[in-house]
Design a protein around this ligand. Structure first.
Ligand code: PLP
Length: 346
């Protein structure tokens, strides 16, 4: 059942567990566009309950979840304050602008993944007909491009407070919010309490094959439900997928600390490998490093060489790699990866 490769390219590569496949085969289903799929309904109730919000919506991808949130919160011509290294700004094909008519207002992500409160405050547009109307603030937790760093409960509260004081909505791109909660050792409810809406992915560290969840108030989810239909994301007997998502919530959220511990072991091991410059100690399931100057192999040559040792890796920027631990990477996989890098770069 396990992969023949140690695949560290992303936690999106996680395949469903045998238990998930069984649940998928046996799932009770109905037409979810009519709200008739009992497995989807159960998943949505469970997600809303775990995050302490009124309602939830199952969506095909995190990208669609974020877009739906932005479109539900903002009208055309309004703007979103977001990080300049955030997924919604960099990695969603400009969907908010292209499809939502919503303007992104990027603010610098600090090394620790945060947006400085004073930068957010300074970005809120004055009431002036020359300007767009600021409607939404979005943060990302864990912050992927800053190293999978974790934003604290306290910081999230401060952003929520700032948003409230200025009449703005607050969305969390929480693709890996369960990793953040595990790293902080807090109840996820507490971490997302200040937010009006949260998106999180079932298909990453939580190992489901497909799907993300959007959570918020009933009114917000009703808007997102309509938006999902408009974007072509209304699915029919989708309980076959939601069944895996239920196992993600019930069984996978509690084990993410293991992935974080393995990321730390990988980091410690790779620190001993000559030719690599490790970045900050991982705070969740991602290890970032750059190649030392003496390494003349290209990124793609390294990827090909690593494959000969049955290890799959990927680069994230020129001379920079990102390795991601997940359910299908065990201790032996971590050891194998460290040894393979030592051989390839010697
Ligand atoms: C993966 C990811 C998403 C959404 O991704 P999909 O591939 O569309 O499911 C959104 N935000 C962040 C931070 C992500 O890492």
């Amino acid at each position: 059942m396990n992969n023949e490769y140690v695949d560290l390219r992303s936690d999106t590569v996680t395949k469903p567990t045998p238990e998930m496949r069984e649940a998928m085969a046996e799932a009770e289903v109905g037409d979810d566009v009519y709200g008739d799929d009992p497995t989807v309904n159960k998943l949505q109730e469970k997600a809303a309950d775990m995050l302490g919000k009124e309602a939830a919506l199952f969506v095909p991808s995190g990208t669609m979840g974020n877009l739906l949130a932005i479109m539900a919160h903002c009208a055309r011509g309004e703007e979103v304050i977001c990080g300049d290294k955030s997924h919604i700004y960099v990695n969603e094909a400009g969907g908010m602008a292209v499809l939502g008519g919503v303007y992104p207002h990027p603010v610098a992500n600090q090394k620790d993944g945060t947006l400085r409160l004073e930068d957010i405050r300074a970005s809120i547009q004055p009431d002036d007909s020359h300007r767009t109307i600021t409607r939404l603030v979005c943060i990302e937790n864990t912050q992927n491009m800053c190293g999978g760093v974790v934003l604290s409960v306290d910081y999230t509260k401060q952003v929520g407070q700032l948003a409230k004081e200025n009449g703005l909505k607050f969305h969390i791109d929480g693709a890996r919010i369960f990793n953040a909660a595990a790293a902080l050792d807090v109840d996820i409810k507490e971490l997302v309490a200040p937010a009006d809406s949260v998106m999180f992915c079932l298909s990453k560290g939580l190992a489901a094959p497909i799907g993300s969840m959007l959570v918020g108030t009933k009114d917000f989810i009703a808007k997102a439900f309509r938006g999902r239909k408009m974007l072509g994301g209304g699915m029919r007997q989708v309980g076959v997928i939601a069944a895996a998502g239920l196992i993600s919530l019930e069984k996978m959220t509690g084990r993410l600390k293991q992935d974080h511990a393995r990321a730390r072991n990988l980091y410690e091991g790779l620190k001993q490998v000559s030719g690599l410059r490790l970045e900050a100690e991982p705070s969740s399931n991602m290890v970032y490093f750059t190649l030392a100057d003496r390494i003349t192999l290209s990124e793609n040559q390294i990827i090909d060489e690593m494959k000969k040792y049955d290890v799959m890796v990927d680069w994230s920027a020129p001379r920079q790699f990102r390795l991601v631990t997940h359910y299908w990477v065990d201790d032996a996989g971590v050891e194998k990866t460290i040894k393979a890098f030592a051989e390839v770069l010697k």
